[in-house]
Ligand binder design. Structure first.
Ligand SMILES: Nc1ncnc2c1ncn2[C@@H]1O[C@H](COP(=O)(O)OP(=O)(O)OP(=O)(O)O)[C@@H](O)[C@H]1O
Ligand SMILES: [Mg+2]
Length: 251
């Protein structure tokens, strides 16, 4: 089916970046190579992967214009197996570009990687549309809260629109649930509600637990796998999710 995967949700802070980078880190730990594509003007993936967005000369913004992806992709300090197509705040100017442009660019490089993971901004505008148009698979990242579920219908509508207008081959791969508290009746109820809305089989297992170490890893700009036993339950969850994603990207 192809190896380009877009991770999205219109809601901010649910963990799109954390899940993108957790999957990249799991892929590298398994000996696979990935390209992370940062499509967010906030440039969180870029920053957490150790690169200052202000120093980026050729970013995804230029690749959405006319630049070659080869001129933009850089290595990261996390692993020789994780490359990055960095973001810059110039992405804000790309809210009106051609959605198919990114697809053409990523097709030139996708064969070099086991997966290309696109981290989207928290909006359903042109950048996320470009991400979906470029993708073989779409993964929605949600958190089990009332507000976390509210936006799902709008995300589904955008996917519908992209199917119709730009990318009829897009596979809605499923939903990754992040920030799941250890014990919470409210989170359990929201999880059940999500399962009713999207169907149980659309929700990927395992879910990712809410852990302070995840927040610490983001702040310290390190991969979740770098914390050994302290983050084992989270890194094992990402390892399992990566295995599932890899089956899809190889199919
Ligand atoms: N499972 C988790 N446990 C604890 N903290 C988490 C978890 N997942 C994400 N976080 C924290 O929540 C914050 C938001 O996560 P992240 O940046 O990945 O969300 P996002 O959806 O990419 O946000 P944005 O919409 O701004 O791009 C970060 O500080 C991150 O470390
Ligand atoms: Mg993000």
């Amino acid at each position: 089916m192809g190896r380009i995967v877009t991770l999205l949700n219109q809601k901010g802070g649910v963990g799109k970046t954390t899940v993108t980078l957790g999957l990249a880190s799991a892929a590298a730990a398994a000996g696979h190579t990935v390209l992370v594509v940062d499509l967010d003007p906030q440039a969180s993936s870029t920053w957490v992967l150790g690169i200052d967005p202000a120093d980026v000369e050729v970013s995804s913004a230029e690749v959405l214009g006319k630049a070659s992806p080869h001129d933009a992709i850089v290595e990261t300090s996390w692993s020789a197996r994780i490359h990055l197509l960095p973001a810059s705040n110039r992405l804000q100017l790309r809210e009106h570009g051609k959605p198919k442009r990114l697809r053409g660019a990523l097709e030139q490089v996708a064969e070099s990687y086991d997966a290309v993971l696109i981290d989207c901004p928290p909006s359903l505008g042109n950048l996320t549309t470009s991400g979906l148009t470029a993708a073989d698979h779409a993964v929605i990242v949600v958190e089990p809260s009332a507000l976390g579920l509210r936006g799902i219908a709008a995300v589904a509508d955008l996917i519908d629109e992209v199917w119709d207008s730009h990318n009829a081959d897009l596979d809605l791969a499923g939903i990754i649930v992040n920030k799941v508290p250890g014990v919470s009746g409210e989170a359990d109820r929201r999880y059940d509600e999500l399962a009713r809305i999207v169907g149980k089989s659309a929700i990927w297992q395992p879910v990712i637990p809410h852990r302070v170490i995840v927040n610490q890893a983001t702040a310290e700009r390190r991969s979740i796998h770098a914390y050994g036993a302290r983050s084992a339950d989270v890194s094992i969850a990402f390892d399992q999710l990566w295995k599932k994603l890899r089956r899809k990207t190889r199919a």
